[in-house]
Design a protein around this ligand. Structure first.
Ligand SMILES: C[S@@+](CC[C@H](N)C(=O)[O-])C[C@H]1O[C@@H](n2cnc3c(N)ncnc32)[C@H](O)[C@@H]1O
Length: 250
């Protein structure tokens, strides 16, 4: 299952759409199912896999979250995630924000990685100005080096969304759409609200947060072996990066 939602800044959840199987690289397949039903052996594996990583190691992972993502990009450069050409198709709100033909849309991609979502979007819609940030300095550098990077259409900066004030780089209430694509899952569940508070300040009143991320029982979740569990629906990969798996209740 893969969670996809559009949230309006002055209301509760607007809608939840289809259920999809997410792959580790962020690509996905539609299944037509409402919920991914676990096979018996999968359910058994999940119920047996209950031992949590020690507090000491958990604190170390939190302290080193930025370093671990930066090393991820050192190892994989720009080659890990597939370009995400589906954003305008999946999120009608991206189009609905433009009420007339030449209206400029200002977006913020929070946790942009190396631009797999950002660049397809900028190519597809010439009326978009994008702010984009990530806490990995390497990821930010890769974006700046991308031949498609154009400082007139995009401002990229380094920012830890859980502690650096977005207002240092993005004006107050200036953004039509904030995109959170496979990002919140990488943040400790106890700090997710800090990210939301941070992006709320730069969002124009009544505008949108578009969210897509891993969902409960995704293949990516079932692949975790024992000794990788950090908490309920929260796991750590071999490289120290972490992933939360969302359900409708969270
Ligand atoms: C799975 S990647 C997704 C990247 C991108 N949104 C995409 O769709 O390709 C998650 C990204 O979140 C970034 N990230 C994780 N925690 C963050 C934080 N606290 N502040 C900013 N970026 C963060 C990581 O560096 C990584 O680039």
């Amino acid at each position: 299952m893969n969670e996809s939602k559009a949230l309006q800044s002055n209301s509760s959840i607007a809608h939840t759409d289809e259920v999809i199987i997410a792959c580790e690289d962020g690509s996905f397949q539609k299944t037509g199912q409402k919920t991914r039903i676990l096979r018996a052996e999968e359910a058994k594996q999940l119920s047996e896999n209950q031992v949590l990583v020690s507090d000491f190691k958990q604190q170390k992972l939190e302290k080193e979250a930025q370093k671990n993502w930066d090393l991820f990009y050192k190892r994989n450069s720009t080659n890990f995630f597939k370009d995400r050409h589906w954003t305008t198709r999946e999120f009608e709100e991206l189009k609905a924000c433009c009420k007339f033909a030449d209206q400029k849309l200002t977006i913020l991609e929070a946790g942009c990685g190396v631009g797999n979502c950002l660049f397809p979007l900028l190519e597809e819609d010439l009326n978009i100005f994008a702010y984009a940030c990530d806490f990995s300095p390497r990821a930010v550098e890769y974006i700046k080096q991308n031949p498609l990077y154009d400082a007139k259409r995009c401002k990229v900066f380094q920012c830890d969304l859980t502690k650096d004030d977005l207002l240092e780089n993005v004006p107050l209430e200036s953004v039509d759409v904030v995109m959170l694509i496979f990002v919140l899952s990488a943040v400790h569940p106890e700090k997710m609200h800090l990210v939301l508070r941070n992006i709320y300040k730069v969002l124009k009143p009544g505008k949108y947060v578009l969210f897509r991320d891993y969902g409960l029982h995704d293949h990516a979740m079932l692949r975790f072996k024992s000794a990788c569990k950090l908490g309920e629906n929260f796991y750590v990969r071999q490289d120290g990066t972490r992933s939360y798996f969302f359900s409708d209740g969270k």
